[in-house]
Design a protein around this ligand. Structure first.
Ligand code: THU
Length: 140
């Protein structure tokens, strides 16, 4: 178990909050609901859902809404994120979200991906975005 592993209760809580957050999705164009929930290192839960736009590329994914929410509330350190969709197998975060999350997370940061039945797969940000570009590269 890594130092940042979630307890069973924390995992249950982020998964339920991510599943519940699907109800907040604004997705009249794709009708593809995505809910997300972050847990901070201090134990707060912050959710997000996808928010689409009549100008389609302007829409924002659930993961980036959750991180934006958290950052605006002053949170800077995160333990894990859960992402829930209505499909099976579970969806995996898009490339833009992987890069966005990489900015604010350590390589071992876990992403729990839930399918429509509440089953999950998990991968670290390092696994989803290997050999990535990040803040330190600007200082090199
Ligand atoms: N979407 C997310 O919110 N997160 C993902 O990881 C994949 C895609 C959203 C974007 C858009 O609103 C809808 O799902 C269909 O692509």
């Amino acid at each position: 178990m890594s130092a940042h592993a979630l307890t069973e209760i924390e995992l249950q809580t982020i998964s339920q909050k991510a599943i519940d957050a699907k109800a907040k999705a604004y997705c009249p164009y794709s009708k593809f609901r995505v809910g997300a929930c972050l847990i901070t290192t201090s134990g707060e839960y912050i959710d997000g859902a996808n928010i689409e736009n009549a100008s389609y590329p302007v829409g924002v994914c659930a993961e980036r809404v959750a991180f934006g929410n958290a950052l605006m509330q002053g949170h800077k350190s995160f333990k894990a994120i859960a992402v829930a969709t209505d499909i099976k197998p579970a969806a995996s975060p898009c490339g833009m979200c992987r890069q966005f999350m990489r900015e604010f997370t350590p390589p071992s940061f876990p992403i729990y991906m839930y399918d429509k039945d509440g089953n999950y797969k998990v991968a670290t940000i390092q696994e989803l975005l290997p050999d990535s570009f990040g803040p330190d590269d600007l200082l090199a």
